[in-house]
Design a protein around this ligand. Sequence first.
Ligand code: PMP
Length: 447
Amino acid sequence: MTISPDRIEELNALALEHVIPHFANNTMLSTTGPRIFDRGEGCYLYDIHGNRYLDTFASLLTTICGHHRSEVAQAIIEQLQRLEFFPNYEDAYTVPLIGLAHKLSQITPGDLNATFFVNSGSEANETALKIARQFHVHNGQPNRYKVIAREASYHGTTLGGVSATGLNWFREYFNPLIPGCLFAPPARRNDGGASLKAIVDLVEREDPKTISAIIMDPIPGSNTGYPLPPDDYLPAVRELCDKHGIILIFDEVQTGFGKTGKWFACKHWNVVPDIITLGKGFSGGYVPLGAAVVRKHIADSFRAPGKELRSGSTYGGHTIACAATLANIGIIERDHLVDRARDMGEYAASRLESLHKHRIVADCRGIGLLRAVELMADPKSRTPFPAHQPIGNFIRDWCYDHGMILRANGSILVIAPALVVTREQIDTIVDYLDQAIAAAMKHFGIV
Ligand code: PMP
């Protein structure tokens, strides 16, 4: 079905007039106009002009199994024909919700075994912070209110999520935020133990009995280009929490559901958090769903009569979302997409290494199918590009003009496609990046 030029013009105008995009990029909107998508198939998207794009960012890290999977559509239709929705309220459940909670108890690590369903990753983190606070109150420790997160982290857009987010851009208009949120430095592979020492010192300094939770993503997300922690970091943070009775929350909104080559990133270090938060790829992009999965002893503290968790929302655990998510997980299992992410990730890593032939490529890193290429004006002295050389934006736009959607955070290029990506598509991604980096160097006169 083609869309007429008149209708395209009208859609462009209506979009600009009536929609406030999330984290709107008004610079891009004012130069290129709205990008309006109409159709998806596997790793490809089609815009309203009929142009095809290879999506290297899986629709904001969601479409694990690719677009347009008939299995998910079928599960949604079947559920719609039985019962579109009943809330998971007080004493009420639905069949797909129970099935999904059971499945999560099987695929999440350790004794994580009971799920509180929400609608997004932000809400999942918001709820995890509330669960930690209420759990401590139940245990006679109402003074535990502080939260330790990490600098440069992103944990969501709600005020609780923003309070635990370490990137100032998301925080600056909303101060004062929730009191007691403190930030430890991010962990880096060869930091000589400095990041671990810093978080241990912070906990000791702040009086551990006032700390409710530590929240972190086991592998920080696309904003910082998936830097891996030192191997002893996460186990040591687990020990730190155990020693002081602090709840450990792993935000796996971005890293969960196979993207790292294991079901959850924390499995790479065999560390089990007290709460794991989920979103994005959890539902495969089909219907919004988030969750906080908690260890049994935490769930038990909310199960006695009179001790219910004081949180809830009308649509959290929507019936259709649970049915779609079960179908999404079914595809991941049936098609062995977790192993595929590991294998394709290794292939992508080996191909991306070839980009080091460009002298501005400072680092190719990541794990599984979460990869990043970091560019620097001078990689040897770790000198970043100056503001007047927006090299990442140039490369992003070059790729878009050539039919490829690429996420660029400053000069960090993110390659995180759906887990169904093929070797040929990875070759295309690397070839385009190669050409785009060369074009950017020429454009900015870099020799
Ligand atoms: N945590 C992480 C690590 C994320 O990447 C995101 C989304 N970018 C969130 C939380 C928030 O999820 P949502 O946008 O679904 O609210």
